[in-house]
Design a binder for this molecule. Sequence first.
Ligand code: PMP
Length: 381
Amino acid sequence: MIYLDNAATSFPKPPAVAKAMLHYIQKVGASINRGVYAPAQEAGMTALLLRESLCRLFGHDSPAHCVLTPGNTMGLNMILRGWLREGSHCLVSAVEHNAVMRPLGDLAGQGVTFDRIPCDGTGRLDPEEIRKRIRANTRLVLLAHGSNVSGVVQDAAAVGQICREYGIPFALDAAQTAGHWEICFKEWGLSALSVPGHKGLMGPGGIGALLLSPEFAAGLTPIISGGTGSVSDLEVQPSYMPDRFESGTPNLPGIYGFQAAAEFVEETGAAVLKEHETALTARLLEQLRDIPQIRLAGPWELAGRTGVVSIDFLSVDNAAAASRLEQEYGILTRCGLHCAPAAHRTLGTFPQGTVRISPGWFTTPEEMDAAAAAVAAIARG
Ligand code: PMP
């Protein structure tokens, strides 16, 4: 089996991840903030180490403002639903995931308006296009840092600069870049950064993080409230961080696994992870260039793109091609619209979708060659 669906979720995980989760389940068992006995202290310390690690990885300096979430979709919902009010206007790109577009659609029914910043045929956005669409009531700019369909990575530093000029909060969905791409929370002027634990950060599913600037956190309404194990004499949500946004017993096996994964990413280094990804992508693209029966939905250039390689087969049905990749070659890819119909409209691959190949840290160059050869064989019939 050749696993090439790392954009959906990375696999395999570093061995330390399963080890840490097993350790928690077999040896710890306690929750955080709910007891003062030793295992509970250890669990609390693990959560703190995770917050500190994520702050170092993403250029933030306040672990208390690193909220642990049940995943990236929840983090994005927390931003959108907790910040936008009736009368608010929001700007997003034309290649957003449904984790952004569906909450925005719900909010549109509650008097929130939004505009999509157009992108070129590869999914790349010109930050200057943002200026033209800013209105007096624009309260948020939210972008996918990397597209899960075309692989394009937006110039977040330039967007951050523009948002700063206008005093508009800027939020980034780093589903496709967290772990292997440089992200500078403070330097880019981010107000919010949502990351999943299970993709490039190589942790388990069902856990993520939402990093917030203190100013944005102060104005953000929690969309969930409940027990936090703190100020339990009051029936109102605590105002301090991160408890304000962390109600209920958290996913502790997930926290342990995520902490081990973040440590692995830190030790390996984002630059090394990215270099590996780029080398694999270069190798794949070079071989795909020679196949006229496919169209690439995304850029051929390596600069400013991740390892997400979306292919539109011109000679065969894309779903049939993905099925043959698995059945005949043991290659696991993802076909369809990848929860991002808007991106496919921009790329000209709606409604047929694409076959997406996405390598990860454990992918080898030989696996890229095998994928290219299989794509060629299927495309050429
Ligand atoms: N945004 C983007 C760009 C994504 O690729 C994904 C995952 N496919 C999400 C949001 C949602 O993340 P999750 O499913 O991990 O909650």
